[in-house]
Design a protein around this ligand. Sequence first.
Ligand code: TEU
Ligand code: CA
Length: 560
Amino acid sequence: MTNNIKWWQKAVVYQVYPRSFQDANGDGIGDLKGIEQRLDYIQKLGADVIWLNPIYASPDKDNGYDISDYEDINQKFGTMADFDDLLEKAHDKGLKILMDLVVNHTSDQHQWFIESRSSKDNDKRDFYIWRDPVDGHEPNNWGSFFSGPAWKFDEATGQYYLHLFVEGQPDLNWANPEVRQAVFDMMNFWVDKGIDGFRMDVISLISKPDGLPDGEVPNNGEYGNSDKAVANGPHVHDYLQEMRQKVLNRADMMTVGEASGVDITNAVRYANTDGSELNMVFQFEHMGLDNNPNPALSKWYDKKVSLVDLKENLSKWQNELAGKAWNSLYWDNHDQPRAVSRYGDDRPEYRVVSAKMVATLLHFLQGTPYVYQGEEIGMTNAYNLKREDFDDVEIKQAFKYLVEKTKLVDENTMLNYVHAKGRDNARTPMQWDDSENAGFTTGTPWLKLNSNYDSINVQEALADKNSIFYYYQKLIRLRHDMPIITTGIYELLDAQDAEVYAYRRVGEKDQLLVINNFTDQKLTREYHVPSDAKLIISNYSDDQGETLRPYEAKVYLFKK
Ligand code: TEU
Ligand code: CA
């Protein structure tokens, strides 16, 4: 495999959430010009690819994941000329641009939907999924991912339309070949501009099961869990193969499918190494390990992840994709809480050391790592946000349905859940310095900042040679320099050890031994480390051998 490594197998991706990265014009919202100003920063970190969350025209019912025109830029972010400029400047610096592709649904303000809802015999009627009521109710029991039913009754024509996310996000009907062709044409518009790939939003949901059968209804819940009922439908692989032929094969691009509800069997098909579909998928199993056991409360929970479970899960993905498909590696993104708060320890005395430890664990695995903006400086969950500060539609819907309507939880419990798992934890503005609004904007930020920006910010990180930032820079450099990190065989050590996550990566001549203390305790562990082993990275300044200090992480390189 060493000889035919693809560029995206060695690459590290930096995810930019444009709304919260850098505001260049003082309106409180991050924008394309702002990203352009910060390209040097991303380059300094050493990332190869920038994934931009959606920047297309959108009424922003779900922060850009409801697109009203795929070939236009959201005015809040700038113009198409700004985009062309950004793409050119990024390419000049050797940075690639990965665009978010949101084609499971459009906005209800998209021209296709406006026409589709206008009458039952409109040309575009069949672009979306319309059904008659059944006994005066929704056509089936599917629930929206964001609480409530997945169907909206439309008075004008007396039918329901399907929306797996919010009402303003009607699902496209991929069974209609005209829909597929329209999507492929739009994708080719972007390919022709010279972008470097796509991150495909909920791509595992585009093919709906035949007959749209009811899903399993969770305990106490009103509606079925759409993820289980809808993911990996009967034609999804055909559609992606068609996309590959009509769009993706036109350039040497990188593709990553966001695949909620994906298991190993399906991932091996989506991300197969013969290149007929996608390069890799985002799987969600390790994101669900701390979920509430009550399916009606699905993602809302605040217990710590069990290390034994985490090891079992990540090891399964490492082992079972090896040689057949390709992993993407991530701890967080714009939908998840902050990595250091969830997997590390964000108390001041442990924040830096534990952020480096979780980074070490991830960056020595096989796959393509993703760094979400702010992760590289150890930004934490935003515990200072109150109910009235939240912007995220998922959080708002949760308060509305789970607290007010079904009364499954009280307001305080919900607030705790949101502080642990809510999406706004990741969406507070980037913390550049300790000036007012952290150097993000001179105006009023669209979402409140995390109050800890006075001590956690880029300026401070760049001035400290032991910062998390420079540790990430080193991790990225090591990956670029050492093929074994891309190709070595993964071997978990001591699966039942609930405190230390240790593994090996075995190459042709060498091996890496990666040791991570997941606790705030001093531990003793004995591993076989030859005397000529080289310590290539560690989050402590000295090596105490068998003694592992709180959250200590270290990696040795030695002969096989
Ligand atoms: O997220 C899809 C997805 O699977 C979500 O249900 C995710 O699990 C949830 O947001 C976690 O809280 C994608 C986008 O990343 C997200 O921002 C969008 O809201 C969603 O699709 C709809 O487009
Ligand atoms: Ca702006």
